[in-house]
Structures are given as structure tokens and as C-alpha cells.
Design a protein around this ligand. Sequence first.
Ligand code: ATP
Ligand code: MG
Length: 360
Amino acid sequence: MTAPRTFRIAAIPADGVGSEVVAAGRAVLDALAADSQGAFAFEWQEFPWGCGYYERTGKMMDDDGLEQLKEFDAIYFGAVGWPTVPDHISLWGLRLKICQSFDQWANVRPVHFLPGITSPLRKADDTDLDWVVVRENSEGEYAGLGGRNLAGRGPGGEVALQSALFTEVGCERIMRYAFDLARTRTRRKVSSVTKSNAQQYGMVLWDDVFKRVAADYPDVETESVLVDAMAAKFVLRPEDLSVVVASNLNADILSDLGSALAGSLGLAASANLNPERRFPSMFEPVHGSAPDIAGQGLANPIGAVGSAALMLEHFGLPDQAARLHKAIEATTAAGVLTRDIAGTASTEDVTKALIDALGA
Ligand code: ATP
Ligand code: MG
């Protein structure tokens, strides 16, 4: 027998429901490994960082935290943010710091309709709908460029400037990522999203690069859609979508819309990838720390478990990822649903059902 492949994973549950859903994802992954006849194993190390840590130490993570994380094969993240700590401190002090330092420039957010869940689209059978939002994760509207009180025009006259940064390199790499992804899907199509009619510099550069990159992928169908029209399309013609590539802000909004359409924010998975694999990539549910339900066993673990499936794909274990997806579908089809998707099951009930479904 060959030696098992051991994947080292840094778990950062962080805040609120983060610890509940990360525990669920770990349990499901460990069950998968236990069932692999020694083919692969996961070695976990948990880091206590987050808002609680900040309140005790004045820091969201250790000063040498990035050094500590660097050697792992992946980071499995919960959620960051708590009402007692300003959002810009918690987000920039931990999650965005990791994303930026590890050059995780591609954020992949699948929108997947599951059996047994009524979507707000209210079609009888939505389960064949699935598309992927590919979000530019390193520049764009979240580049942090600008300032306040620039003109100093006296009381009531403050001026703030918020700029967006678009580079040809940044646009091109995210588009190539989207096109390569489209080639792995049944429907080979990439929809590019901008607001280039109103934003004449960055978004027009985006459009130009999109046309140039598309020429290298003649086998992939393309379209360019304005973000307002794309929001409508998500609702009215989602069956026409496969891969949607958009800038940081536009994709952030569209992917939340997508997860709401699929039934709940609690279902949505995401991967923050460093495709060159120079640094670890990070896998996390799309949802936040959900302070309103934290600590009550009500959190839907499916977003976190779907993120674990994305991590398995990243590890080169697509069959195992597919097993996880099947287990998720079996669980929702059987009606084992948390409160956010109109059920009464607890986080633990769903986790147990997922593990049972793996064995089925
Ligand atoms: P952030 O700023 O971190 O994105 P947020 O305030 O926008 O956070 P969430 O913390 O994700 O949003 O919560 C939004 C709503 O979705 C809340 O009502 C929350 O209870 C619900 N929610 C989020 N995650 C889950 C989950 N895993 N299961 C069930 N409900 C959830
Ligand atoms: Mg949010």
C-alpha cells in the first residue's frame, strides 16, 4: 500500500457561527478520510484568532501569523466579525490580510440549487441550475484608494474620494481563470460583468482585456452584460449562465444575490485561490458570523461543507469532492434542513446526516 497523502490544514473558525460550521466541516472531512482506506488523511491545526482574540490581546491574529500559516496546504476559515469590534479592524486584521498577503486573487463562488429547498425563484424544479461567480479578489473597487476631507471645505463640506484600481495583469489573469474554468463545465460560456457605460476608465479596460482574452478561447461562448442587467438576469434567466466573471464589488453583490436565490446565504461556498500555489489558498462559507443565531446550534453548515468540497478539488481529489456534493444533495432531499431553509434541524443534525449520507 502506498503511504497516505496527508494534507495539512490550518483551521481558523474565528467568530460567531464560524466555530460551529468549521467544526461541522472538519467532522465531515474526517469521516471522508476515515473511509478512504488510508488513501489520504487530514492533519489539522486550529488557530484561536478573531474578535475574541482581539479583545484579549489587541490583535486579530499573531504578529507572525502569516509565517505560521505559510506552510499549510490550505486554510479552512469560518467567519470574521463581531458587533463589539469595528468591521474594518476585524476584516482587515484577519481575513483580508490573509487574502492579500497570500495573493488569493481568484474568489470562486458557485451558485448551486439543491433538491428539497424552495428557492425564491419559485420554479417547480430549480435543481438543474448552477453557475459560478468568479470574483476578482485583489484590486478593483476594494483597492483601498482614496481619502476623506480632501478639500477641507469647512463644516458640512467634507469631500471623500474612493477610487478603483484596474490593471491589465489583474484583469487578464482573472479572465483566463474564468475561461479555463468554463472549459471544465458542460456549458462552455463566460459572462463578463461591468458598468462600462458609466465608468469609462477601469471598466473599459476590463472590456478590452475581455475581448482580447476571449480570442484565445474560440470554443467558449461569451457575453458582456452590464451589472444592473446581470442582476435582473440572475432572477429572470439564470439557466443562461455558466461562469460569470466580475470585479471585486460587482461580484461580491452578485454572489450574495446568487446564494439568496439558491435558498440561503448559509448554503453558499467559496474559495479564495492563489492559483500559482505559491501560498496557501483559503476556503470559507460566503456568510458572515451571524451574531443573531451564533452559539445556538442553528447555523446551516452546508456553505462550510461545500467550501470543504472546493478544498478537496484544490487538493486534486475531485471524486471526493463529488462524494461530498452527493451527500449534501441527499441530505437536503431527505428534508434535513436548518431553520434558514425552512427546516427544524440543528447544525449537529445536518452534520450527522451528511456523514451518514457519505456512507450510503
Ligand atoms: P458579514 O458582514 O460578515 O458579511 P453580514 O452581517 O452581512 O455579515 P451574516 O453574518 O452572514 O451577514 O448574516 C446575515 C443573515 O444571514 C443573518 O440573519 C444570519 O442569521 C443569516 N445567516 C448567515 N449565515 C448563516 C448560516 N450559516 N445559517 C443560517 N443562517 C445564516
Ligand atoms: Mg455580508
